[in-house]
Design a protein. Structure first.
Lengths: 209, 203
């Protein structure tokens, strides 16, 4: 899901950075000191996940795990993913430094979305809510990343619909894997260490007895 | 909490330092890689994601040192594309795949010359191609023909080897050290942030 350097116009790169700085600043306000070790762990997970390649046809597809990061870290996922991307760009040459802003938008905002989706388990009474919403969060984060990727590539002159179709089709297996990984990780954590999951501090929180 | 502001400042300054440190390193693009080598008057380009996955149908564009586009084409099912070198200057090639992957490679004039046969010899083989040469009545082969035959068969035999060397030159693999180093960075940076956070909390 990384966009390389030299593809997007400079204006888009700059706006990507601007949006990322804004979101990272806003989300960092929500980070508490006690969340930091958890953030470190999940940043490492995100950092390494991109090395797990899923061989599908002519495109390079790898795990993203931004949904999982979002569900466990909540808003802290955005700065966490930003740091992970910066390290991937510097150490692995994935993406490139100038594109970190755009790539953070592509992978970070779906993480926050995953957090919100996972929060719905408090609102909608579904059996095995953790598994259901965990899967939904992991899978939809991948889908949104694909859509955002296609939108950005559109600014580089590529037609939106074909690229989006390709990006989504190539990521269907990744989407399923991410959904399953997120659902199993989350349901395990909910049983063993529920406080490890991101606290839902959004207005959608309702008490469920 | 009081330390949140400091936490943010710390995070931003750490990120800024990393970017400044990261900039001087050649920021090559994402995990699509391109390698190329020259044999005779032909340049062979290969695009690949990793050892087993080739970049199929990727757009290859070739530019001269002045940045003027000389030609373009697409890689085949094996991720390969070859073209006759239009002029003996350095060449810059970019390889673009769908979904925003791009990388580039520059071949210097020396690299191109080293791969091609010398001009005198080239003139000979252009004038009289071996394949078109009439069967000689005598049993002995002309030394020049011998040279050409050897060249041709060696070129074909050595092509996979050339491709391998060209790939190795790229040094694109990710080593365990980079991964461990990255995790070390993360641990260190968050450790630092925790330290700052705890100090602010105490003070």
């Amino acid at each position: 899901m990384h966009i390389s350097e030299g593809i997007l116009p400079a204006m888009v790169l700059v706006s990507g950075w601007a949006v990322t700085v804004l979101i990272a600043g806003a989300t960092l306000r929500k980070v508490e000191g006690e969340d930091l070790p958890k953030m470190a762990l999940l940043t490492s997970v995100f950092f390494v996940a991109s090395l797990i390649h899923v061989p599908i046809g002519p495109v390079s597809v790898h795990l993203i795990l931004n949904g999982l990061v979002g569900v466990i870290l909540g808003y802290g996922a955005y700065p966490s993913i930003l740091l992970g991307l910066a390290l991937q760009a510097i150490l692995f040459q994935h993406g490139g430094v100038a594109v970190i802003g755009v790539n953070a938008v592509i992978m970070g905002t779906p993480a926050v979305l995953a957090y919100w989706i996972f929060g719905l388990r408090h609102v909608l009474p579904v059996r095995h809510g953790n598994v259901f919403f965990g899967f939904a969060a992991g899978a939809s984060a991948t889908v949104l990343s694909g859509v955002l990727l296609s939108l950005f590539l559109r600014s580089a002159g590529e037609a939106f619909i074909p690229v989006a179709k390709l990006a989504l089709a190539a990521h269907i297996p990744v989407m399923l894997i991410e959904g399953v990984v997120t659902a199993s990780a989350v349901s395990y954590l909910a049983r063993v260490k529920p406080e490890a999951l991101a606290r839902q501090r959004s207005p959608i929180r309702v008490t469920r007895n | 909490m009081i330390f949140k502001g400091h936490l943010k400042k710390g995070f931003i300054s750490v990120l800024f330092c990393m970017l400044v440190m990261g900039f001087p390193s050649p920021a090559r693009a994402h995990s699509v890689h391109v390698s190329a080598f020259v044999q005779g008057d032909t340049c062979f380009v290969e695009g690949y994601f990793n050892r087993s996955m080739k970049a199929q149908g990727a757009l290859v564009e070739v530019f001269d040192p002045e940045g003027q586009k000389l030609l373009e084409g697409r890689t085949d099912d094996h991720g390969s594309f070859s073209f006759k070198i239009p002029k003996q200057s350095g060449l810059r090639m970019t390889l673009t795949t769908s979904m925003g992957h791009k990388n580039e490679l520059t071949l210097s004039t020396e690299q191109i010359r080293a791969g091609s046969v010398d001009e005198k010899h080239q003139a000979y083989s252009h004038g009289k191609m071996i394949t078109e040469a009439e069967p000689q009545k005598t049993d002995c082969i002309h030394p020049d023909q011998m040279h050409d035959l050897l060249d041709q068969s060696l070129d074909e035999k050595l092509r996979p080897l050339y491709a391998m060397v060209a790939r190795l030159e790229q040094k694109d693999g990710i080593s365990a050290i980079q991964v461990i180093g990255g995790i070390g960075y993360i641990a260190g940076l968050f450790g630092l942030a925790l330290y700052i956070a705890s100090r602010k909390k105490q003070g």
